[in-house]
Design a protein around this ligand. Sequence first.
Ligand SMILES: Cc1cc2nc3c(=O)[nH]c(=O)nc-3n(C[C@H](O)[C@H](O)[C@H](O)COP(=O)(O)OP(=O)(O)OC[C@H]3O[C@@H](n4cnc5c(N)ncnc54)[C@H](O)[C@@H]3O)c2cc1C
Ligand code: FES
Ligand code: FES
Length: 504
Amino acid sequence: MTSNSQSSIRFVLDGEVIELAAVDPTRTVLQYLREDLGKVGTKEGCAEGDCGACTVALAEVDSSGGRLQVRAINSCIQFLPTLDGKELITVESLRGPDGSLHPVQQAMVDWHGSQCGFCTPGFIMSLFALYKNNASPSRREIDDALAGNLCRCAAYRPIIEAARRMVTDYGERQQAGGWLLQPHAANARAGDDEKRRVDLLNSLKSDRSLALEAHGRKFFAPQSSDEMAHLLHEYPDATVLAGGTDVGLWVTKQHKELEVLIYTGSVSELRAQAVSDSQLEIGAAVSLSDAMQPIIEHYPTLEELFLRFASPPIRNAGTLGGNIANGSPIGDTMPALLVLDTSLVLRKGDGRRTLPLSDFYIDHQQTALQPGEFVEKILIPLPVDGEHVESYKVSKRFDQDISAVCGAYRLVLDGGNVADIKIAYGGMAAICKRAEQCEKTLRGKPWNEVLLDEAMNALGRDFTPLSDMRSTAQYRQRICRNLLQRFYLDTTGAGDERLYSYGR
Ligand SMILES: Cc1cc2nc3c(=O)[nH]c(=O)nc-3n(C[C@H](O)[C@H](O)[C@H](O)COP(=O)(O)OP(=O)(O)OC[C@H]3O[C@@H](n4cnc5c(N)ncnc54)[C@H](O)[C@@H]3O)c2cc1C
Ligand code: FES
Ligand code: FES
């Protein structure tokens, strides 16, 4: 902590700037809302990002500096200091000055989208984020927006009906103040409202980094990669915090005491992304929602994988860097990133090294990161002509579920022969890894069903999976073979239509 650092957080709630000093670094936004402010509209269901009862929205000024970006997140796993510089929007914030309902709320009332009501504020906030960002959501976009909200009364059909109608039938209801203005209308009042909010958020910006100390814990939010490297040099055992969608659960579910947290979300270099002639460069703190856009643009067949990654609130908070650094054997992006020959730029002190992702995982949740080292950037090569890339996730639920097995494949054919192939799986071993025996069986040979049989057998030499609550070992073995067969069928044009094409 330096004399030049900022020791309190400032954020906007309901038009007011709130300044809090001595904030417990691991207090969640949900605890703050319910216990400190008595704003009990936001509910707690699971405290682990799964049910959506705690959904709120965050508004930030976008990279252009002139527009607001509004996104839903799960307040139950979001630590309070990460609100610094942002606007927090809760279900209570949507009410108009005269007490009238927001169009999203009115549509839910009129179309009977609420039964016991426990999940309703969470659904409202997910729909509010959709309403702010999409003037005419398709059925698939509505389903995706609600993928992180569970309703025990199963009122889904009327909720979807309300979602369909919230903009078309209710969007023109305009009132001053609150969040009532129709975001898509080209009128002066909507523009004024956004400008007022942007100006307020811009007024909170500071070039002094946040350094808090309270309740025996420290929280740092460096603004540059240099600053982050120095802090990690000083505190090599600190917990690096990105979106907190893994780390948050260490606190809410495992009750871990985290003494020093270093937050990546304010580090400008880690939030940047770029495309060069040869690769995508994605900063480690870029959210999954933002990182998936250029990846899908260049690798359209990976869309389903990203849309099935958790839910929008988790993807809005969680980062690609966090998914990689967490080192889970069932992380969803790693198999695809492995077959794409991804590399990582790692930084420690003033030094940087570039490491292939395939050398990053050592053993179960052990990575090649040294104490004081962090992931700065993810480098993904651009596609080459004629390659086939696919990734398939198998989980018990279609949305918002962790994989039993996730496979990824990249094939380059020369005539009918396999010129190059990369295959990787998650859920089959202590780490996500390439299927090297299987790849060896395939290279240089004709891509046909006889070879496929041999390759499927070779997978048995690559992996000896375990049984756990997600799957038995036998099921994993079977599914890993079947996914390779599915890839074969997709490359020959005989595959079924993609699952995610429903509701388009
Ligand atoms: C409800 C729910 C659903 C989920 N669904 C999925 C899913 O479908 N697929 C899936 O793969 N995962 C899923 N996850 C797990 C999680 O969302 C992802 O792993 C996410 O990408 C983690 O990113 P984060 O930014 O939140 O990481 P954090 O929780 O902030 O950090 C995760 C780990 O990475 C480290 N870390 C983060 N950034 C860096 C860095 N720059 N340098 C070094 N270390 C760093 C942290 O110290 C920590 O060890 C889910 C989680 C929840 C709660
Ligand atoms: S309380 Fe269930 S997602 Fe937050
Ligand atoms: S209305 Fe009862 S849980 Fe959704």
